[in-house]
Design a protein around this ligand. Structure first.
Ligand SMILES: CC(C)(COP(=O)(O)OP(=O)(O)OC[C@H]1O[C@@H](n2cnc3c(N)ncnc32)[C@H](O)[C@@H]1OP(=O)(O)O)[C@@H](O)C(=O)NCCC(=O)NCCS
Length: 185
């Protein structure tokens, strides 16, 4: 998979570029640190490690700036289990940007690049649990989850169709992989 180089809103030097690329083994420690510092606790870093260990990774991208990992986004399987059929879908979780690099567009770039790559990979549905103010700009909406049952139901539980109509007629229970049940609320 190739990496994408994109311009960044105000940072130290306009010559420096943000690179969004897939994680490598060499990034694991830095990814843990980004999640720990962004969330101010260890839970999300441990979630990423557990999802990786359980082979639930579908896409894990890092944002690299001047040789430093400053952001991270993770997508894992989140099937929708209906009465007649199970529909493949993804969870976007977690996403983290180092506190001193936040509000410069890095998180948005991670989401956009991540969604583009998931779509290119043939994925059709992505779900997220988060703040509607941040995620609605990418097209996520709580209304899309009206026929989905989740332990995280509510305004913060949102879905996005990567292919228009992907959620048409889809109903069922969203099944988070076991590592999510160990995450604190
Ligand atoms: C959420 C996060 C990844 C966004 O990264 P970022 O690089 O700051 O995002 P961008 O610069 O692209 O976008 C900033 C926008 O997101 C909003 N935003 C930032 N953090 C937010 C948060 N935790 N919840 C809701 N909105 C948030 C900002 O208010 C800003 O909105 P605006 O464009 O209307 O001013 C980053 O703030 C972060 O790591 N937060 C801590 C971890 C976290 O809460 N992760 C998300 C869990 S769902």
């Amino acid at each position: 998979m190739t990496s994408a180089r994109v311009s960044l809103r105000p940072l130290a030097s306009p010559m420096q570029k943000l690179t969004i690329r897939p994680e490598t083994v060499a990034d694991f420690a830095a990814i843990g640190e980004v999640n720990q510092l962004a969330f101010g606790r260890d839970d999300e870093a441990r979630l990423v490690d557990a999802l990786r260990a359980g082979a639930f990774t579908r896409l894990s991208l890092v944002a690299e700036f001047a040789g430093q990992i400053v952001g991270h986004i993770f997508f894992s399987d989140l099937p929708i289990v209906g009465v007649d059929k199970t529909v493949a879908a993804l969870a976007l979780a977690p996403i983290a940007v180092l506190p001193e690099f936040q509000k410069r567009g890095i998180g948005s770039e991670l989401v956009r690049t991540g969604l583009d790559r998931c779509r290119a990979d043939g994925q059709r549905i992505v779900m997220v649990l988060g703040d509607p103010h941040f995620y609605s700009r990418f097209g996520f909406s709580a209304a899309m989850t009206a026929r989905l049952q989740s332990i995280y139901a509510g305004e913060a539980f949102m879905a996005l169709e990567l292919t228009p109509g992907a959620l048409d007629g889809v109903a069922g229970r969203v099944e988070y992989p076991p590592p999510f049940s160990e995450l604190s609320a």
